[in-house]
Design a protein around this ligand. Structure first.
Ligand SMILES: NC(=O)C1=CN([C@@H]2O[C@H](COP(=O)(O)OP(=O)(O)OC[C@H]3O[C@@H](n4cnc5c(N)ncnc54)[C@H](O)[C@@H]3O)[C@@H](O)[C@H]2O)[C@@H](O)CC1
Ligand SMILES: [K+]
Length: 477
């Protein structure tokens, strides 16, 4: 599991550690790791030109000390001081002693750089880049230099993943002690490039603020049928989706569920003919979901439409005392009071627009502050919430760490892809995973399936569904 902690927690851990270490030792640890990472990225250090963008805090201090180490290995190192009167004194002295210099012409030095080290601000940064730093970003882009961010790209919010105005766009980020939430969540994540974590010995709490499942975590959570498992052990999924107008959503949700280890899939709704034509193994039922026979988890909403029939289906499913995944039209039509009052687990799977409607805010507000939005939704609806996006987030109703999906890909931004995810996560719910596990394992497999299906070329939702077994095999190794 890759974990992230917010600034307040990092500060506390830093204070405790600093009290036990000689003055400046922690910054030396950070700078040593940073310099080593830069050296690796440069390949050969000797003769390379390195420019340090140095702000007025310890983030700039890290850059200066790392620059001194690179200068000692033969790099030509130049520091651009963005707050000359506050630049870290010890770091500046070390840089000069190692043969580095302070720049008198920032843009010219940047233009000739092989590597630019962004030490403008770190976790002490507030409110985006100031004009003096923002002005240099054009020169940094044009230089073609490798950009390495110290701790996090300056101008992004460490705790929320927001990008405020101009922010550094790094090829790599070297972060200290722990990932910060902003390094794992869009829109900030894509500013960070490849993130490398340097252990500086911070003692961190057991429960992180954010966690990203890795292969091994997903493998451990995947339901695997035992020798004696019958279809009920593997889980029976009910799907109440599709309408005369949108039969395809039902087909895709069923496709997702059938390829995700469900013992059986029961379909209820007006698209039964379309479903059975594609999937003879699906069980189709007329009448209300509550009359469909034994079901261990329901998926409701994809393509449901908003006519009386759809509303009735939704009401009926939400009254069931089994886990329910609510997607798409289901999210639009669900009565918040009914969702809150449910005692069996509920998993809501909105995209940013649907999340905004559920919260009664603008879509842009959700997009800018996705972590806050998913937490608020989970608390307000007393449900697990999967907020779709390039980095899908999953929050549980009881707080705790928010899961962030690392496998997302823009190939998933295609019609019907959400319907497949609904079926997939529904099958995992039926197999007995908690709502947060079903959501996060579902998002993981869904992203991986899309990558495997795409291989760099366009894919449709059906291809994604067809690649779920391959993703499953890939994870189980
Ligand atoms: N405290 C520690 O023990 C360690 C800290 N480390 C480094 O220290 C950083 C935190 O240092 P600081 O607390 O000094 O804070 P920062 O260096 O992140 O930034 C604070 C400074 O920048 C100014 N500032 C705030 N927002 C700004 C903005 N938008 N534009 C320009 N200037 C802005 C502040 O007035 C202050 O001078 C970490 O990110 C990490 O790089 C590492 O050396 C590891 C150890
Ligand atoms: K930085």
């Amino acid at each position: 599991m890759r974990t992230a902690f917010g600034v307040e927690t990092v500060r506390t851990a830093e204070r405790e550690l600093m009290a036990r270490l000689p003055e400046g030792a922690l910054m030396q640890r950070a700078a040593a790791g940073l310099a080593a990472a830069c050296a690796e990225l440069l390949g050969r250090v000797y003769g390379k030109r390195v420019v340090l963008l140095v702000g007025g805090g310890d983030n700039g201090g890290d850059a200066l000390y790392a620059g001194a180490r690179l200068a000692r290995r033969g790099a030509g190192v130049t520091a651009v001081l963005l707050a000359p009167e506050r630049a870290h004194e010890g770091g500046l002295k070390a840089l000069r002693a190692a043969g580095g210099r302070v720049s008198a012409a920032a843009e010219r030095d940047i233009a000739g750089a092989d590597l630019v080290l962004d030490g403008i601000v770190g976790i002490g940064g507030k409110g985006g880049l100031r004009p003096a730093a923002a002005q240099l970003m054009g020169a940094v882009r044009e230089s073609g230099a490798l950009v390495v961010a110290v701790d996090l790209p300056s101008g992004v919010e460490a705790d929320t993943g927001e990008v405020l105005g101009d922010a550094v766009r790094a090829d790599a980020t070297v972060t200290f002690g722990t990932y910060k939430p902003g390094l794992l969540i869009d829109p900030a994540r894509e500013r960070a490039g490849a993130v490398r974590l340097i252990d500086i010995g911070l003692g961190l709490p057991a429960v992180p603020e954010l966690e990203a499942l890795q292969y091994a975590d997903v493998a451990a959570l995947l339901p695997v049928p035992g020798a004696s498992s019958d279809k009920y052990r593997r889980g029976v999924v009910g799907i109440a989706a599709g309408s005369a107008r949108y039969p395809g959503a039902a087909v895709l949700a069923v496709a997702g569920a059938l390829r995700s280890g469900a013992g059986a899939v029961r379909y209820v709704g007006p698209a039964a003919d379309a479903v059975i034509a594609r999937f003879p193994e699906a069980l189709v039922h007329a009448g209300p979901p509550s009359r469909a026979g034994r079901v261990q988890a329901w998926v409701v909403g994809p393509g449901l439409g908003d006519d009386a029939h759809g509303r009735e289906q939704l009401r009926d499913v939400l009254a069931a005392d089994v886990p329910v995944l609510v997607d798409a039209d289901g999210l639009r039509l669900a009565d918040p009071e009914v969702v809150r009052a449910r005692t069996a687990p509920t998993l809501l799977t909105p995209h940013a627009g649907e999340a905004a409607a559920l919260l009664g805010v603008e879509r842009s507000e959700v997009e800018a502050g996705r972590l806050a939005a998913v937490r608020r939704l989970a608390a307000e609806y007393r449900a697990a919430v999967l907020l779709k996006g390039a980095t899908t987030l999953v929050a549980g109703p009881e707080g705790g760490p928010v899961r962030v999906n690392p496998t997302g890909t823009s190939w998933l931004a295609t019609a019907g892809s959400g319907d497949v995810l609904a079926g997939l996560a529904g099958a995992l719910l039926a197999a007995g995973l908690t709502a947060v596990d079903a959501g996060s394992v579902g998002a993981y497999l869904h992203g991986l399936a899309a990558r495997l299906a795409a291989q760099g070329a366009p894919v449709g939702a059906q291809d994604v569904a067809a690649a779920i077994p391959a993703a499953w095999r890939d994870v189980r190794g």
